[in-house]
Design a protein around this ligand. Structure first.
Ligand SMILES: Nc1nc2c(ncn2[C@@H]2O[C@H](COP(=O)(O)OP(=O)(O)OP(=O)(O)O)[C@@H](O)[C@H]2O)c(=O)[nH]1
Ligand SMILES: [Mg+2]
Length: 466
């Protein structure tokens, strides 16, 4: 990995400025060959690190562009190698031409993510940070962005390191006791180990649970629209999407199968699902649709319950409300442009009658999908729910990455085996094998090796002065 790589670091478009990044042991030399000052001098080989220089990129006396070049010498650079960044005038043509010139002088075009990979391989960042940077580049929404930022600040790293410390301490203790039974006794140790394993398991489970939230943010929130026939569910879907995706008629039972569409709502990705109106029916096709709607509610992250406020609540509403118990719900009192008979307090009372205090805090908004009123407030409520309220990711450690989640699950399984061995009163070396596996799995999250740590721990904690 000694070759020098180069790539355009900014978006390739006709922007004001573009940056070509060059990294590797020949970075300074390569750019020095093509960069001259106003006075025509080649200076880069002699400049101090972390300085920026004005001049020109030229190739065989042809001036390509007027540029600013910054030099960041190893190890204090993004990749921990020598890095030179050429700030040139944006413009696809010029930027490409400079990149080609850099390549002609001995650099190789970087693979996607290779700068970050080098930063990791050179030990400047751990694997979670490297992945966070990748996620940051790919972040699909503000919220996913927030999660990546947290990861970048090393929260996952800190959390994992903390857990690993607890595990390696126990391994080292067991190993030392087996080696030196005269001085270190394992009497009564299993109880203590059980406590430690339980505590670590609890935290790992928390991380795994949050991983599911992480996924939610990345992949979109499953939002299902339910209600009685004719309430305006499909009209709502169409309004939210800004196009006529679902058929709307005044015939109750228009939507018979579920309709699924994704959309962005101020940075949140929603997977919107429109369902068949829920009511008691003998129609076979409608029945299947109603069954599917019920299933959707169970799986949904958010339920939007559309009520036709121009007609009284009835038994169908009662059965819908019963299905909503324990879910995150926004109630829309729709058709507010007409004479309405269902108002907020009535709705709350009815909900309380049906399911007690379960949905006391639920949000209720008056809307008219016909006149497009109340829709802004409705969207605000969704944003609010996910930004501040129900799912919070400001202080939590989020695992947004499937590889990390897998490693956590592996660590959890290994620790469960330790518990099993403890319960079965197996000999001590059984515990340490599984503890080691848990330690290794946790280590794979942050890209760390195992062997040296144990030696280190044993020497530092248990073998002092021997
Ligand atoms: N006045 C008024 N009519 C509305 C409103 N929203 C929907 N409608 C009308 O109500 C009827 C039913 O609307 P849909 O959107 O098809 O209702 P739905 O809930 O999807 O109905 P199903 O698919 O049959 O369950 C249509 O005639 C709509 O034009 C509204 O806010 N005000
Ligand atoms: Mg419909």
């Amino acid at each position: 990995m000694t070759d020098t790589i180069a790539a355009i670091a900014t978006a390739v478009s006709n922007a004001g400025i573009s940056i070509i990044r060059v990294s590797g042991s020949d970075a300074v030399q390569i750019v020095d060959e093509i960069f001259v000052t106003k006075g025509g001098k080649h200076i880069l080989n002699h400049v101090a690190s972390h300085t920026i220089h004005y001049g020109f990129i030229q190739e065989q006396d042809e001036m390509i562009d007027e540029v600013m070049v910054s030099v960041m010498k190893a190890p204090k650079s993004y990749t921990a190698e020598d890095v030179v960044e050429i700030n040139c005038h944006g413009g696809v043509l010029v930027t490409n031409k400079i990149l080609k010139t850099v390549l002609a002088h001995g650099a190789r075009i970087a693979e996607p993510g290779e700068f970050t990979k080098r930063a990791f391989l050179n030990g400047r960042i751990d694997l979670t940070k490297a992945e966070a940077i990748m996620d940051l580049i790919e972040a699909k929404s503000d919220y996913a962005l927030k999660a990546s930022e947290n990861q970048l600040q090393g929260k996952i790293y800190d959390e994992v390191v903390k857990l690993r410390k607890k595990v390696i301490y126990e391994i080292a203790f067991i190993e030392s006791a087996i080696d030196d039974p005269e001085h270190i006794s394992l009497d009564g140790y299993t109880e203590r180990l059980m406590q430690v394993v339980d505590a670590v398991l609890l935290e790992i489970e928390e991380l795994i649970k949050n991983a599911e939230n992480g996924k939610l943010i990345k992949e979109g929130i499953d939002t299902v629209i339910v209600g009685k026939p004719n309430a305006g569910k499909s009209s709502l879907l169409n309004r939210m999407l800004g196009e006529e995706k679902a058929i709307v008629t005044d015939i109750a039972g228009t939507t018979r199968d579920i309709i699924q569409e994704s959309m962005k709502l101020g940075g949140i990705s929603l997977n919107l699902i429109d369902t068949a109106g829920i009511h008691e029916t003998d129609d076979v096709v409608e029945k299947i649709g109603v069954g599917k709607a019920k299933e959707c509610i169970e799986k949904a992250d958010l339920v939007v319950y559309v009520v036709d406020a121009s007609v009284p609540l009835d038994e169908s509403d009662q059965s819908i409300i019963e299905m909503l118990s324990g879910k995150k719900v926004i109630v829309l009192l729709n058709k507010s442009d007409m004479e309405t008979v269902v108002y907020e307090q009535l709705m709350r009372d009815r909900i309380a009658e049906c399911i007690g205090s379960d949905m006391d805090q639920c949000r209720i908004v008056s809307t008219s999908t016909k006149e497009k009123t109340g829709l802004k407030e409705f969207e605000e409520q969704i944003r609010d729910m996910f930004f501040t309220g129900e799912i919070s990711f400001n202080d939590e450690v989020l695992i947004t990455n499937a590889r990390q989640e897998r490693a956590l699950v592996d660590a959890k399984e290994a620790l469960c085996l330790v518990k099993q061995s403890l319960e079965d009163e197996m000999p001590e070396d059984f515990y340490s094998i599984d503890l080691m596996n848990a330690y290794a799995s946790l280590g794979s999250i942050i890209g760390e090796e195992v062997e040296d740590d144990l030696v280190q721990e044993i020497f530092s904690k248990f073998c002092m002065g021997k």
